[in-house]
Design a protein around this ligand. Structure first.
Ligand code: AMP
Length: 420
């Protein structure tokens, strides 16, 4: 029997996992600079959380959920996205009642039954951020700028920021009438998929990647030209702050985003380093969702979700740090215990240390040390144990330094720091 990871899932192996850790730790550091705090919600939720949050008519709820009934008969779903669980927790823990702005971020796996391809998986990982409690365009701009700052620090290749406004209840209904009427005139020119979208969610026609639809899309009215004056002002102010903070962006009138709950600001960050699935991150404002999910009063909110797999793909191939700092080699069995002791001391002094554990010869141990890419090797033999003086060898250039057991850790650190 050949057991393999399930279709659409993958193992993140070392050393790739180092890059994941870097993405995660930089997110924690940078998001904290904006007053964001981490929230960890369960991996599965009552299916209603997504029916109400993501929306019953959405593609995710209709076609992509890992939904199951547990042994107690409960209707549960593996979370396909992070925002509805965070809103559910925000309400459950009564954070809305404080009326303060609440800023939360999350890191974790999401599940969607999609057709797998490069950059698209059935279990994937998102890092997302949400700010509840204010309509201020400064919050939209802050969340967007934070995402750009983070991607820049990660060295992601040319992140491109696209922004649009999808309006709200004041301007969207009248715009939708115009859009549907226009789509109807070109119906026979649209792809089958877009004709279906026209029936269910006409805005999503703009999302079509089918070349047949492009000529029609160019002729359709865009919402950005039909915004109410207050929504236009909101968008202008978001853009104004971004310009003040040196963030480059492009207004993209065709950007609508897949989820139905967005109001006013929507944005997406893409990278040319990715293939067809080029979106690193997407988000927007979702005023109304808190109330839709049972809030007594609404809390306006804005946030984004990014795809960890795609960020890692778009990061430069920088040389990765070796997995250990030092490899301890023992000359024979008589000094094995002394070697193990030395390792124990090194680890407790902060030196990442390993050894060979199959009782091989000195020569074979040196080969393993080489393969491990450890930048230093310490050789332990009867003479070293008797004198208490050890030799540290720097593998890159063969330089050797003698050191007493007490100063070994410090000397390894110095040797590593002085490496050219
Ligand atoms: P969404 O939650 O659909 O707005 O997606 C936000 C981000 O999550 C996207 O920009 C992608 O980077 C990532 N993403 C969404 N779906 C997948 C998937 N099936 N596989 C990998 N990444 C995904």
């Amino acid at each position: 029997m050949n057991l393999r990871a399930a279709r659409g899932t993958r193992d993140v192996m070392p050393p790739e996992v180092d890059r994941w850790q870097r993405v995660e730790s930089l997110a924690r550091q940078i998001f904290a600079l904006y007053g964001m705090q981490e929230i960890r919600t369960p991996i599965f939720e009552d299916s209603k959380v997504f029916e109400k949050g993501t929306g019953e008519q959405s593609e995710i709820v209709q076609k992509e959920m890992y939904r199951f009934t547990d042994l107690g008969g409960h209707d549960l779903t593996l979370r396909p996205e992070g925002t509805p669980p965070v809103v559910r927790a925000y309400l459950e823990h009564r954070l809305a009642e404080g009326k303060d702005v609440t800023k939360l971020y999350y890191i974790g796996p999401m599940f969607r039954y999609e057709r797998p391809q490069k950059g698209r998986y059935r279990q994937f990982h998102q890092i997302g951020a949400e700010a509840f409690g204010s309509e201020d365009p400064a919050v939209d701009a802050e969340v967007i700028e934070m995402a750009m700052f983070w991607l820049k620090e990660l060295g992601v290749e040319s992140p491109t920021l696209l922004i649009n406004s999808v309006g709200d209840q004041d301007d969207r209904p009248s715009y939708m009438e115009k859009l549907v009427a226009a789509q109807r005139t070109y119906l026979s020119d649209l792809s089958e998929d877009s004709r279906r979208r026209h029936e269910i969610n006409p805005l999503r026609v703009f999302d079509s990647k089918d070349p047949r639809d492009h000529a029609v899309i160019e002729k359709l009215p865009t919402i950005i030209d039909h915004l109410s004056s207050s929504n236009r002002d909101h968008l202008d102010r978001v853009c104004g702050y971004l310009s003040d903070w040196g963030v480059k962006f492009r207004l993209e009138p065709h950007l609508v985003r897949g989820l139905d709950y967005y109001r006013r600001t929507v944005f997406e960050i893409t990278s040319p380093a990715l293939g067809a699935q080029d979106a690193l991150l997407g988000g927007g404002r979702y005023d109304g969702l808190v109330q839709q999910m049972g809030g007594k009063v609404d809390a306006p909110a804005v946030g984004f979700a990014s795809g960890l797999e795609r960020i890692v793909l778009a990061m430069p191939d920088e040389s990765l740090a070796p997995p250990v700092d030092c490899f301890v080699v023992t000359i024979d069995d008589s000094v094995r215990a002394a070697g193990l002791n030395l390792m124990w001391r090194l680890r407790h002094s902060g030196i990442r240390t390993t050894a060979e554990y199959q009782g091989r010869s000195l020569k074979a141990q040196m080969k393993v040390a080489n393969r491990s890419a450890a930048p230093t090797v310490v050789i332990v033999g009867p003479d070293e144990v008797a004198s208490g003086t050890f030799t540290i060898k720097r593998m890159s250039d063969g330089q050797q330094v003698s050191s007493g057991a007490d100063s070994l850790a410090e000397d390894i650190r110095t040797l590593l720091a002085s490496e050219g």
